[in-house]
Design a protein around this ligand. Structure first.
Ligand code: ATP
Length: 295
């Protein structure tokens, strides 16, 4: 299937900083594509060029095989930051205001229901909670019934419950066949929502693929987790290495049975043992030597 949108050798040069340094990828219709990376990696700069609101310094962006133009503007939905909403408007008025800007329009009743806005339609948008505001901004992004929707760090600052609710909305959008381009520095969000991810670091893409395929490509082990207190005073069996994560020792192993046998032989108690699969955080650390969240 030809890509819906394609980015070729994209560059953004700021004075003294190449924020995006030759990025290329293609997104097929109906896919949720995630740009993942730490603060400052170049995600927002990339997505803003794709949205047509920032001019690339080099490279090309093609929508349905053509440079971004009137067709793209009609068929794209962008989740704005809250500052884009006018003061004093209620939720209902915000939706009507943006809806009138487009020739193609989604049903406002359906949008209100889909984004769970019924309860505060007549409230000034500045009085919404963080999660409610993000749902309104998502609805605004959908007023023109877009084929492609851009979400730039849509759940930053939301509590876990509001984030999960937002994920459900994004999944509902995906089920309606929309293409979604998402930036995030939450690896769990990317894992939950994205069919394909591209991991960015310092303006470049350092890995791209489906989350599970990338994990399978880089790891063939599991992580044993034990409270640091439980291994204190014991020598780890030969060949085992622990790294510290908060108050846990994490021990990677390809052979869980053998590893558990060796830990028992050392007299290490296993009552509080946990076993976890590798995550995108591990992948990022493996690829860059940096924690995704700290950078
Ligand atoms: N207008 C600008 N002028 C100069 N430098 C900029 C400008 N906008 C962004 N940058 C720099 O470009 C780099 C990439 O920023 P960008 O916002 O794209 O990163 P990001 O991956 O989206 O990070 P975050 O998760 O913090 O939003 C950063 O070092 C940032 O400081």
């Amino acid at each position: 299937m030809p890509p819906l949108i394609e980015v070729r050798a994209l560059v953004k040069q700021y004075p003294g900083l190449r924020a995006v340094d030759g990025v290329s990828f293609a997104i097929a219709p109906g896919v949720c594509f995630g740009l993942l990376g730490p603060n400052g990696a170049g995600k927002t700069t990339t997505i803003e060029m794709m949205e047509g609101i920032s001019e690339p310094s080099g490279g090309a962006i093609l929508y349905k095989g053509e440079p971004l133009g009137a067709r793209f503007r009609e068929e794209a939905g962008i989740m704005f930051q809250s500052t884009a909403l006018q003061d004093f408007l209620t939720v209902r008025e915000c939706l009507r205001f943006f809806s009138r800007l487009y020739p193609r329009r989604a049903s406002l009743d359906e949008l209100i229901q889909a984004c769970a806005l019924e309860e505060f339609l007549d409230r000034d948008h500045r009085k919404l909670s963080g999660g409610q505001r993000q749902r309104l901004l998502l609805a605004v992004a959908l007023v023109n019934d877009p084929d492609i929707v851009f979400l730039d760090e849509p759940t930053t600052g939301l509590d876990p419950q509001a984030r999960r609710k937002f994920w459900m909305l994004v999944n509902a959008i995906k089920q309606r066949g929309k293409t979604v381009v998402l930036t995030t520095h939450y690896m769990d969000e990317a894992y939950q929502l994205c069919d394909t991810i591209a991991i960015m670091d310092r303006g470049r893409i350092i890995a791209e693929g489906s989350p599970d395929a990338l994990l399978a490509q880089h790891f063939d082990d599991r992580i044993l987790q034990l409270p640091l207190a439980d291994i204190d005073g014991h020598a780890l069996p030969p060949g085992m290495q622990a790294t510290r994560r908060r108050d846990l020792a994490e021990i990677p192993t390809r052979d869980i049975n053998a590893a558990l046998g060796a830990l028992i032989a050392e007299g290490i108690p296993l009552d509080r043992l946990g076993i976890r699969a590798r995550t995108l955080d591990d992948l990022f650390l493996e690829l860059t030597g940096k924690e995704l969240r700290e950078a």
